[in-house]
Design a protein around this ligand. Structure first.
Ligand SMILES: Nc1ncnc2c1ncn2[C@@H]1O[C@H](COP(=O)(O)OP(=O)(O)OP(=O)(O)O)[C@@H](O)[C@H]1O
Length: 610
């Protein structure tokens, strides 16, 4: 392999990951696609058997260096290996056979294609799909490191020779992203300078310390166990949010360690990258049971309110978080019951263990028992080989969030009660009991007391759950929070859409005059829609498509007819696209337009993503 030291490996792998995401359909395309990233000019020199030779003129990394007597172009080698792997779906090794850094006039890379096929993806750093802008941004980030190196070392040859680190090490330290490498026991093997700076631990000795001491909420065991990259974020005590991407470092078929890259969320390409990652994770259903969506942890700081009653509820919740007490959260749909459950878990001593969500209303009653308690192999037709652990087992040591508990069938309520009393479960089809240590948070928008009176909810279970009860007020009872929430939501949307939207006083008036039957969720939806509709930086009342039933008074302002027509057209296009899952041909047909006419209108209304 081209990269020989751990630091060079990091660089090679970053290139590999980017290369793998280039949209290439045949070998001839690869030189152009890589050249377009701004890393030099590539030409295919020869293709013989399983060997492909590429000439690399003006290679970015080494064309800026005086000859230093060693190979340098790890990022470039990785890029080529990644792109070839994508094309051939086979393991590729790239060797740098000539390099400017060793005095040649161009770099030459030789790629060897393994005869064994299979979609080999050992370095899955950045699952970005086909987003070219991000690819370029990331390549650029990596290139910045080289440039910094050049600035640090250019001058005299003596200076380069006198540089105390290997080139790879130098890059590792100069790269403007925080990097930490751990071994497979979670011990820190290396941390670069940006890393020390971002974490604010400059000067302290971290080498050899456990990762948790360096990066809070570190998820190294999950990465080692699953072999998959993870993304999460944490908040510095005073300061911005830090986003961490942890990637397993495979050496042959063993995970030898984990590379953590971390960034501050102020960095635009990084924020975009994170969003992309979240979308990919959501689409592939990555770890669907885990209620900790990467980068979206709610804690008490995120739940802001000016309402006295709600403040009291939050203060009780915060006290309860420190204990093991069962919590029952009541409130209308969309008031933030799920958000509060997350905040309680995050504030509790169990925060480093899983928070597992079970939506009791969404799981068919006949499956609920096996979902909650798991099953043994052969327990029923179609049971998975080896059996399956239930949510209670998965939540061991952590918290289980039983959402929509009011929808749990009576027979399951009896079984749940037994589990809560005995603190042990039995998988379906098994006689073995397993001890479980799980904290329970339950939530519902139903009137449980009424259900108890009507015999639809077990009284004993109700009292078992009703240890600490938190009742969330609907938004209409805390209108003073609307500006606060709107501001938070707009801030997030502005980041998401790259806009600087603000509400006009009339629009704010509109929000305040509405009764919000769908609570905070509805407010989020209304603002998200407005963010798409707004053609300037201002959100006006006519951008707020507020549900008719909840209106306290008329909110639409009188507008010139041409504006009304434009808004109506825009609205119809959005609706049609939503109805056909974004399929433009079908949406165009339903709207009585040609596909081209639809594109033109979408472009003029700012509905085309760049
Ligand atoms: N205080 C808050 N600040 C910011 N966003 C919030 C807040 N409360 C709720 N939200 C947002 O409102 C939406 C609904 O919240 P959540 O799912 O927690 O409500 P819920 O009461 O559990 O709803 P349901 O009963 O329908 O499951 C979420 O998208 C959440 O991000």
């Amino acid at each position: 392999m081209l990269a020989s030291t751990p630091e060079n490996t990091v660089y090679y792998r970053a290139g590999y990951s980017i290369g793998r995401q280039l949209p290439v359909n045949d070998l001839e395309e690869i030189p152009d696609k890589i050249s377009a990233l701004g890393v030099g000019n590539l030409k295919l020199k020869s293709v013989k058997g399983g060997k492909i030779t590429v000439k690399w003129n003006e290679c970015f990394t080494c064309s800026h260096f005086p000859p230093v007597g060693q190979q340098l172009c790890y990022l470039e080698g990785g890029l080529l290996a990644g792109a070839l792997n994508k094309l051939f779906k086979k393991r590729i090794e790239v060797e740098e056979t000539k390099c400017w850094g060793t005095g040649e006039h161009y770099c030459q890379m030789e790629a060897t294609i393994s005869p064994v096929s299979g979609l080999d993806e050992p370095y899955s750093f950045f699952p970005l799909e086909k987003n070219n802008r991000l690819l370029k941004d990331l390549t650029f980030q990596a290139l910045l490191a080289t440039r910094s190196y050049r600035q640090a070392t250019l001058g005299s040859e003596k200076e380069v020779k006198g540089f105390p680190l290997s080139i790879g090490e130098a890059i590792f330290h100069i790269i403007p992203l925080g990097l930490v490498i751990t071994d497979n026991q979670g011990r820190v093997v290396g941390i670069n300078k940006a890393g020390l700076q971002i974490l604010g631990i400059t000067g302290q000795r971290v080498q050899g310390r456990m990762l948790e001491e360096v990066i809070p909420l570190a998820q190294y065991s999950e990465i080692i166990q699953s072999g998959r990259p993870r993304v999460w974020e944490f908040q510095k005590t005073k300061g911005n949010t830090i986003i961490v991407i942890g990637t397993p470092l495979w050496i042959q078929s063993e995970i030898e360690g984990v590379l953590y890259q971390f960034f501050s969320d102020e960095n635009e390409p990084v924020r975009l990258l994170l969003e992309q990652l979240k979308k990919v994770e959501a689409r592939v259903g990555h770890n669907p049971e885990n209620f900790k969506p990467a980068g979206c942890l709610f804690n008490f700081r995120h739940i802001r309110t000016l309402n006295h009653y709600f403040r009291d509820v939050l203060s009780l919740a915060q006290k309860a978080a420190g204990s093991n007490a069962t919590v029952l959260i009541l409130g209308e749909s969309g008031t933030g019951k799920g958000v509060l459950a997350q905040a309680i878990h995050e504030e509790s001593p169990r925060r480093n263990a899983p928070l597992i969500k079970v939506d009791c209303a969404a799981i068919p009653p006949e499956l609920l028992e096996s979902e909650l308690f798991g099953y043994e192999e052969g327990a029923f037709t179609g049971a998975k080989k080896g059996g399956k652990p239930g949510k209670f087992e998965l939540a061991h040591g952590g918290t289980i969030f039983l959402d929509e508990i009011g929808d749990m069938p009576l027979n399951m309520q009896a079984k749940l009660l037994r589990v809560l009393q005995d603190k042990e479960i039995e998988r379906l089809g098994s006689t073995r009991t397993r001890k479980i240590d799980v904290r329970v948070i339950a939530a519902t928008n139903k009137d449980l007391e009424k259900m108890v009176h009507e015999g639809r909810f077990r009284e004993d279970l109700f009292y078992r759950l009703n240890v600490v009860t938190l009742v969330l007020p609907p938004l209409k009872e805390r209108p003073e929070d609307i500006p606060l929430l709107a501001e938070d939501i707009l801030q997030r949307l502005n980041k998401e859409y790259g806009k600087k939207l603000r509400l006009t006083p009339a629009a704010m008036e509109c929000l305040l005059s509405y009764s919000w039957p769908g609570n905070v969720r509805e407010l989020e939806n209304v603002l998200e829609r407005a963010a798409i509709l707004a053609e300037t930086q201002e959100i006006h009342p006519h951008h707020l498509t507020i549900g008719y039933h909840g209106k306290k008074k008329r909110v639409r302002e009188i507008s010139p007819l041409y504006k009304v027509r434009i808004e109506a057209e825009k609205e119809a296009i959005i609706q049609a696209l939503e109805a056909f899952g974004g399929e433009k041909t079908r949406a165009a047909k339903a709207l009585g337009l040609s596909r081209q006419a639809l594109y033109t209108k979408m472009a003029s209304y700012g509905l085309l993503k760049n």
